[in-house]
Design a binder for this molecule. Structure first.
Ligand code: PMP
Length: 417
């Protein structure tokens, strides 16, 4: 079957809401480490996939899944040790006050549950998100995801704060806190005092905003002082991605009430979760029960436990810091050399690189660069308001030689008209 046949068949069977990457869509048949392979056996460097964060088809994760799936897979209404081992290992990576965790199958479900818990605890429904946030696909959280566009109708209880990117690095902490004060006043006046503020602690859909570390703290403190809860959405930033800490909120010195996680949690196996302060789930549990058919099953928990162990035992955060620093230097140098490259932002192995023409955001040019790289077998994507921010997010096992290959391809792509 040709590529065109596959695309036609896909459109006919799956419909138009699924979007493909790249002008010439890619078709892979196998993955290993930082590489994806097409049917012809050509290797593509995966610089985008923060799900297979330990590398594609990691043998220890595959083994943990295989062993458990061959033994038992059932739900959380029977006793089982693995969910508890996983919970203990996970909670040990979080601050002491975050001492309960519940498992779901996706980041969307984790955020959806966070909303329900926050509503039950605060007795409020007001929600604050950033102007280009993405928090998932359910009815509740798609409304909290303005990056999905105008097509998603937003309830009157959902309020947005400007993206932190609207403030210069020097004024970001104070400006974002002031914006938070303003929105809290507005929503309270409208009868929706805040139940929660949720943000991706690396702001990936807002254009990747990492610095200065700590800039989020005053704004979050404003929400908590107003009686709202802070949900750290760690679906993107969690599991060692920043290299500095296991969780993105730790770079900002924050004390979240709830922490949602997913994507890299099972290295590709669907497992996600929401961790929180005990009193929050006590309150929710009094009023409601929670059962998620697949969430927290022994196979998913075996995968998540193996991921946590590999991150610790292979000291992957050390690699993230080292290779992240190397890549930062490379990207900054490219920025000095090329007029098409503006600001380079990011932490660890997560970068946003502004693509500009005459200093102005240029989404078309970013798209051409992303496609040029794909033609040269390097996979990245773009994000941000104008789609002009290259999103560079390699697996945590990325090595300097992979960074060299990316940089060589990227410098060719940015100099291409
Ligand atoms: N939050 C953030 C910050 C995300 O990036 C995503 C997924 N892109 C989600 C939540 C939703 O996760 P999932 O796709 O697993 O439902």
């Amino acid at each position: 079957m040709t590529q065109t046949d596959l695309i036609t068949r896909r459109e006919r069977l799956l419909g138009p809401a699924y979007r493909l990457f790249y002008d010439e869509p890619a078709h892979f048949v196998r993955g290993e480490g930082v590489w994806l392979y097409d049917a012809a056996g050509d290797a593509y460097l995966d610089v985008y996939n923060n799900v297979a964060s330990l590398g594609h088809c990691h043998p220890r994760i595959a083994l943990a899944i295989t062993r458990q799936v061959e033994t038992l897979n059932t739900h959380t209404r029977y006793l089982h040790e693995t969910i508890l081992d996983c919970a203990e290992t996970l909670l040990a990576t979080l601050p002491d006050h975050i001492d309960r965790v519940m498992f779901t199958c996706s980041g969307s479900e984790a955020n959806d549950l966070a909303v329900r818990i926050a509503e039950a605890y605060t007795g409020r429904t007001g929600i604050i998100v950033t102007e280009l946030a993405y928090h998932g696909v359910t009815q509740a959280v798609s409304q909290m995801s303005p990056s999905l566009g105008e097509g998603v109708v937003r309830g009157p209880h959902i309020f947005t704060v400007p993206s932190p990117l609207r403030f210069s690095s020097e004024t970001r902490a104070a400006g974002f806190a002031q914006a938070m004060d303003d929105v809290i006043a507005r929503m309270t006046k409208a009868g929706f005092p805040p139940a929660l503020f949720i943000c991706d602690t690396l702001f990936s859909s807002d254009g990747v905003i990492s610095d200065p570390a700590g800039f989020l703290k005053p704004a979050v403190e404003r929400v908590q002082a107003a009686g709202g809860l802070f949900v750290a959405d760690e679906v993107q930033a969690g599991f060692g991605r920043t290299g500095e800490a296991m969780w993105g909120f730790q770079r900002h010195g924050l004390s979240p009430d709830l922490v949602s996680m997913g994507k890299p949690m099972g290295n590709g196996h669907p497992v996600a979760g929401i961790a929180m302060r005990a009193e929050l789930i006590e309150e929710f549990g009094k009023k409601s029960r929670y059962f998620n058919t697949f969430g927290g099953n022994p196979v998913s928990c075996a995968a998540a436990l193996a991921v946590l162990n590999v991150i610790a035992e292979d000291e992957l955060m050390v690699n993230v810091r080292q290779v992240g620093a190397y890549l930062t230097d490379g990207l900054r140098t490219l920025g000095d050399e090329s007029k098409a490259v503006g600001e380079v932002r990011g932490a660890g192995l997560f970068f946003g690189v502004d693509i500009v023409t005459d200093g102005q955001p240029d989404g078309d040019r970013a798209r051409r660069i992303v496609n040029h790289l794909r033609q040269h077998k390097v996979l990245i994507s773009a994000t941000g308001q104008q789609g002009n921010v290259l999103k560079i997010r390699p697996p945590l096992v990325f090595r300097p030689e992979h960074a060299d290959r990316l940089m060589a391809a990227l410098s060719r792509a940015v100099s291409h008209p």
